[in-house]
Design a protein around this ligand. Structure first.
Ligand code: PA5
Length: 418
């Protein structure tokens, strides 16, 4: 396993007995997750069979995109783009198309800038929308189709547009009417649980990343959760955060000393925010990227209200080395760093923060990946999805719906005359 978790600095806030009981309960929920029938069609993410669809088609199309596109536009919002984006942004840049994101804003400035950046380039797009009712991706698809219609003939457009949606949706029909490649968004998988479906797989493959490794990570975590239902990383994490919630710790901040994990923390915020924040309940999830944010939020973390949990996501192998060479002639007073590598400096800063915040009364949790890789992202996504399902059930909310999001949509649609 490439992921480990350190809960010692959070468990120390809790009693041994309550911890044992909470783990037992979380373990039972985890085991039941793999035993129960998917009556409400929300558990498709549990297994590879139900989520990993169209893999061969995806690999083939990804090769074509990598060969022929200068720009690959991923049109999607929330669960329809976050998982892929987090992996793409975190792993080293490869040759191939520039990946651009649309369908996630209504800002005309951003839309115009993106379109201008596409001028004169070879463009492919993947429109990802579960039911094709969401305003942002739907409206951007219209704009992009018109943009492409002025630059490519019908046949060329058909090669360059991919649509990812559920079977029977209007998006599938549009695909069939125009000859676009259709990839299936499985019905029993919600957006924020869709990392291992075509929603995540095509963008990741088109970015030149190894989807087989990514899926191997998923499988390893899945086997762990299924076979060790009573004691796995997701169960232990789920149990601890629920006990802390019961003690009034109702904000959890995911932090990383790797800016390249910034989009991963956004994915985690969405997963837990949309899954738990309902019926006036839920731990409020937020995120920060250190060390920059230590200079803004660090003060609050150290001495503010004691209702905060801090969850570090770390990488053992920082995969880079930058040594501070001595330069006595400058007399800049940073000579204490002479000969040190930023890999060690960054790690020292993380350890110091962990110690200081723990001492300041913040329960601290750490997830650590051996290295940033497709495989470790596969593992992390799967563990957090199981943890979220377990945690939601412990909290007594349905972690798979998001009725609250519909409320703002209703008033927006009314304002727009839908
Ligand atoms: O997790 C979810 O279900 C949501 O965040 C959706 O992914 C998001 O609202 C986008 O939905 P859709 O793919 O239907 O446009």
């Amino acid at each position: 396993m490439g992921i480990s978790v350190d809960l010692s600095r959070a468990e120390s806030y809790l009693g041994k007995d309550e911890l044992r009981k909470a783990r037992e309960k979380a373990g039972m929920i985890c085991r039941a997750l793999y035993e129960k029938e998917d009556k409400h069609k929300v558990l498709g993410w549990r297994s590879k069979e139900e989520s990993v669809l169209n893999l061969e088609k995806i690999k083939e199309k990804a090769e074509e995109i990598r060969r022929e596109a200068d720009i690959f536009v991923i049109v999607g919002v929330g669960g329809s783009n976050q998982a892929a984006r987090a992996v793409i942004e975190a792993l080293p840049q490869r040759s191939g198309p520039k990946i651009v994101y649309m369908g996630n804003t209504l800002s005309p400035y951003t839309i115009q800038q993106t379109l201008e950046g596409m001028e004169g380039k070879s463009v492919y797009i993947d429109v990802i929308a579960k039911n094709f009712e969401t305003l942002e991706p739907g409206s951007h698809f219209r704009i992009l189709r018109q943009w492409m219609g002025k630059r490519y003939d019908k046949e060329e457009m058909a090669r360059r547009i991919i649509v990812t949606g559920t079977k029977g949706s209007r998006l599938e029909e549009i695909g069939a009417e125009n000859g676009y490649l259709f990839l299936e968004f499985p019905v029993p998988v919600g957006g924020r649980y869709s990392a291992f479906t075509p929603v995540g797989l095509l963008p990741i493959a088109a970015a030149g990343l190894n989807v087989d490794e990514y899926l191997a990570g998923m499988e390893a975590a899945q086997m762990d959760c299924r076979e060790h239902g009573e004691d796995n990383l997701a169960v232990r994490y789920g149990a601890v955060r629920q006990l802390l919630y019961g003690r009034g710790y109702d904000i959890e901040m995911m932090v990383s000393f790797e800016p390249r994990y910034g989009f991963f923390t956004k994915w985690w915020v969405q997963l837990f925010g949309e899954s738990e924040g309902k019926e006036n309940k839920g731990i409020f999830p937020t995120s920060s990227v250190y060390s920059e944010d230590l200079h803004s939020i660090g003060q609050y973390m150290q001495e503010g209200r004691r209702n905060l949990i801090e969850t570090f996501v770390s990488v053992k192998d920082q995969a880079a080395s930058v040594v501070v060479e001595p330069c006595p002639e400058y007399k800049d007073r940073f000579d204490y760093l002479d000969g040190m590598d930023f890999a060690d400096i960054n790690r020292a800063a993380e350890e110091a923060t962990w110690e200081a915040h723990a001492k300041g009364g913040v329960p601290c949790i750490r997830f650590e990946a051996d290295k940033a890789s497709e495989r470790s992202f596969g593992e992390l996504y799967y563990y957090f999805m199981v943890a979220c399902a377990v945690s939601g059930e412990l909290m007594g909310v349905n972690p798979f719906d998001q009725e609250g999001v519909e409320e703002y949509k209703r008033s927006m649609f009314a304002a727009l005359g839908k």
